[in-house]
Write a protein that binds this ligand. Structure first.
Ligand SMILES: Nc1ncnc2c1ncn2[C@@H]1O[C@H](COP(=O)(O)OP(=O)(O)OP(=O)(O)O)[C@@H](O)[C@H]1O
Ligand SMILES: [Mg+2]
Length: 244
């Protein structure tokens, strides 16, 4: 049984059918890439999985349980983590505070500014060291470079110890040295048995990391196969060329 399963998931915004009857699987222990041209519906698919939006129809199961339409904090408790969007409000906090806030609901975040439990601080510092930004722990998050924010988001999602991690464009706009570090860390976490679903436009990253690739275009899944097969399939190239 796949760890995550989407069956005929549809989500429309007014007249735009952002996700249109999409079905795909994420196998336990694997890294699955979700690719497709701009506007294909990848982020909206993430939004339906992580409880940011409720799909209009279809079903999403995680570890055999129906999670369709559950609220995002409930989905997080099931063991599904998504890269944490760093808002302007959170950016006023330090890097370390952002790490701790990511484990609880946003409204409670301000209560924590004054006091962070020692064990949480230790775990946060360990994860910041894991992604290589522990020296920035006491800096305001807003002072981080774009690439460092990507590392912070990744470290923050690890705080909840998810079984499946959804990353939306982890390599986007990141310099080659940081990109290498991000890919290394994804592989290291994956070796510990954590599964990933990764939206990514950088095909080198997709080819290196993924065991399976889902291709979306116009809200629909046009195929799911190994990276080798997907690379050779003319429908994938057609989908991208059709976009320009
Ligand atoms: N909140 C929203 N309100 C209205 N339309 C939306 C909303 N979110 C997405 N859309 C539309 O749904 C379609 C799919 O968008 P989505 O962001 O899911 O694509 P994507 O595959 O993530 O694209 P990209 O690669 O550019 O990030 C687009 O036409 C987009 O304009
Ligand atoms: Mg997107």
């Amino acid at each position: 049984m796949p760890l995550l399963q989407l069956r005929d998931v549809t989500k429309a915004y007014g007249g735009i059918i952002a996700v249109n009857g999409a079905s795909f699987d994420v196998a336990e222990g694997e890294i699955t890439a979700l690719i497709g041209p701009n506007g294909a519906g990848k982020t909206t698919a993430f939004d339906t999985i992580s409880g940011v939006v409720v799909p209009d129809s279809g079903a999403i199961t995680f570890d055999g349980e129906d999670i369709t339409g559950l609220m995002s904090h409930v989905i997080t408790k099931h063991g599904l983590g998504r890269t944490f969007q760093i808002t302007r409000e959170l950016s006023d906090m330090t890097v370390l505070e952002n790490m701790v806030v990511s484990t609880i609901s946003n409204d409670l975040g301000s209560l924590l500014r004054s006091r962070i439990a020692a064990d949480e601080r230790d775990r946060a510092m360990e994860l910041l060291a894991f992604v290589g930004i522990e020296r920035l722990a006491d800096e305001p998050a807003k002072s981080l470079s774009y690439g460092q924010r990507k590392l912070l988001e990744f470290a923050a999602v690890l705080m909840t110890e998810p079984r499946l991690i959804l990353l939306d464009e982890p390599a986007g706009g990141v310099n080659p040295a940081l990109l290498e570090r991000i890919m290394d860390r994804i592989e290291e976490i994956n070796r510990k048995g954590v599964s990933f679903l990764i939206v990514e436009h950088n095909m080198d990253v997709v080819m290196r990391l993924s065991h399976s690739v889902v291709v979306m275009a116009h809200g629909q899944v046009i195929l799911q196969d190994t990276p080798q097969v997907v690379r050779e399939d003319h429908r994938v190239l057609d989908a991208y060329l059709g976009d320009v």
